[in-house]
Write a protein that binds this ligand. Structure first.
Ligand code: AMP
Length: 215
């Protein structure tokens, strides 16, 4: 769990490598559905592009199905889910029914102003997917891709007003979920996402020490 732009996707990829778990990202799942052009995809896009959460009943149904179908002998890392108390309670019920324990909650925190700067400066090439940052990783020529010269674009949900909306949503709806798990005595592995990515991974891996790790 973590606010948008804290690097939770990057850390999730590293942790699944390290611990040999399967990775299930609700954002990736929804983006794939959106890209398929289906009616459900269009519905998801209307929330995602506005920086809003997709309604709980849709999320819970899609994620319950994905979790059930996920073969994960080494465990499962849920990335971006649950994001509301209703989702967390639905997940608890599903895990209890399936007899699968929740081992830990991973939280990556970050300073909101740094997040706004980091995300709203992000641009990418619609042709090859290469990602740039206007200040930290600018293209050689103004606003075009170094690789193929295509004009760079900004993701709809990376626009500053949308990022601010996503941050407010996180504070209002998702932070209480971290508190919910804390009160239930769940093991919480937390790290500061403003640190260098390697440091964040090391801190999280240490906090998760004891979960079976790949050699
Ligand atoms: P992410 O890549 O995790 O930031 O997700 C991208 C977008 O997908 C979010 O801004 C939401 O609109 C939507 N989304 C992803 N996961 C959830 C969730 N658990 N609940 C509601 N909306 C979600």
């Amino acid at each position: 769990m973590g606010p948008p732009g804290a690097g939770k996707g990057t850390q999730a990829k590293r942790l699944v490598e390290k611990f040999g778990m399967a990775h299930l990202s609700s954002g990736d799942l929804f983006r794939a559905e959106k890209a398929s052009g289906s009616e459900l995809g269009r519905k998801l896009a209307s929330y995602m592009d506005a920086g809003k959460l997709v309604p709980d009943e849709i999320v819970v149904e899609l994620m319950a199905k994905a979790i059930t179908h996920c073969r994960a002998p080494g465990g499962l890392l849920l990335d971006g889910f649950p994001r509301t108390l209703r989702q967390a309670k639905a997940l608890d019920e599903q895990l209890a029914k399936a007899g699968r324990p929740l081992d830990a909650v991973v939280v990556v925190t970050a300073d909101p102003e740094q997040i706004v700067e980091r995300i709203s400066g992000r641009r990418s090439c619609p042709r090859c997917g290469k990602v740039y940052h206007l200040t930290h990783l600018p293209p050689r020529r103004d606003a075009v891709c170094d690789v193929d010269g295509t004009a760079l674009v900004q993701r709809d949900d990376d626009k500053e007003e949308v990022v601010r909306q996503r941050l407010a949503t996180y504070r209002r709806q998702t932070e209480p979920v971290v508190e919910y798990y804390r009160q239930r005595g769940a093991r919480i592995a937390q790290a500061d996402g403003n640190a260098a990515p390697d440091e964040v991974t090391a801190a999280l891996a240490k906090a998760l020490d004891g979960l079976s790790q790949r050699a």
